[in-house]
Design a protein around this ligand. Structure first.
Ligand SMILES: C[N+](C)(C)CCCC[C@H](N)C(=O)O
Length: 287
């Protein structure tokens, strides 16, 4: 099994992640709290109360986890394509796989990575939703002091299955949408690249960015539900499952609730995935 894809997936994921984290914090806050008027208001309030550091809350953990998650995604994707089409990454330019195979490989990668992502994503969302300023003497202490403290308190209060809260919704969100992700990327690359050649850097950047947007547009409704399931019982309401969460969110806040965070998700998705695909392709070409 080729391992380069796993390593390239890790490095490229980490680069994309740092770039996109401030957008991600705003998104999580807009999706799970009602106190902001919009993207700008959330950014201003975050900056005023928590300084620039507020935007990077919950990032240390994802940086470690991206090593696992993105490498699982790209590694599984590439290896499933290898099984389906008997071509390596390098051979796929001259013998491009069918879009059906790309979709199947993307969905498989998405399905597997969801379970690796679930506990990390839960901790990230819980930390990002703490709006208390950094601890000052006499001020209100946030519930979690950091990622490890968050893990241990979830384990203590909710048991080991607590760490998998929201994982079913995450799997539903990521399986089809990562299929869409790789199909969009491949399709755009092929549109702008002469047959048999490697796509140019500009093509990879644009195709990667657009793949990120397409995938996030499709994923946003379930992303909102996932965030709420992960916060259930803490700040949010308690739900009796995914369907209950969908119905009560829509009933209380109207169907628009499913598109909360769409603009910010898309704004974040372009640079993050452009950088992810560019570094992924570049690393694999170098090796
Ligand atoms: C499937 N879903 C849309 C959730 C993510 C697709 C892109 C993944 C990328 N690491 C990013 O964070 O943008």
């Amino acid at each position: 099994m080729p391992v380069e894809e796993f390593v390239a997936g890790w490095i490229s994921g980490a680069l994309g992640l740092i770039l996109g984290h401030p957008f991600d914090t705003i998104k999580v806050r807009l999706q799970s709290q009602n106190k902001y008027r919009g993207i700008l208001d959330c950014a201003v309030q975050t900056y005023q109360h928590e300084s620039i550091l507020g935007f990077f809350k919950g990032m240390s953990f994802p940086i470690v986890s991206i090593a696992i998650v993105n490498s699982v995604l790209f590694g599984i994707y590439s290896n499933v394509l290898l099984v389906l089409t008997s071509t390596t990454h390098q051979e796929r330019r001259s013998q491009p796989p069918s879009y059906t195979n790309v979709f199947i490989a993307g969905c498989t990668g998405g399905f597997v990575q969801a379970y690796f992502l679930a506990p990390f994503d839960l901790v990230k969302v819980r930390l990002q939703n703490q709006t208390e300023p950094r601890a000052q003497l006499g001020s209100l202490q946030p519930r979690y002091r950091g990622p490890l403290h968050c893990v241990s308190s979830i384990l203590r209060k909710e048991g080991p299955q607590g760490l998998l809260r929201g994982s079913g919704t995450l799997m539903l969100r990521d399986t089809p949408t990562l299929g869409i992700y790789f199909v969009t990327y491949e399709w755009l690359c092929r549109q702008y690249t002469p047959k048999g050649q490697n796509p140019s850097s500009a093509t990879v950047l644009v195709a990667g960015g657009c793949a990120g947007i397409a995938s996030w547009v499709a994923a946003t409704p379930l992303d909102v539900i996932k965030c709420r399931m992960q916060m259930a019982g803490l700040k949010g309401q308690v739900y009796h499952g995914v369907l209950d969460c969908m119905v009560s969110s829509a009933r209380q806040e109207g169907p628009g609730v499913f598109f909360r965070g769409l603009t910010i998700n898309s704004a974040r998705a372009f640079p993050v995935n452009a950088v992810t695909f560019l570094s992924y392709e570049y690393l694999l070409r170098c090796w």
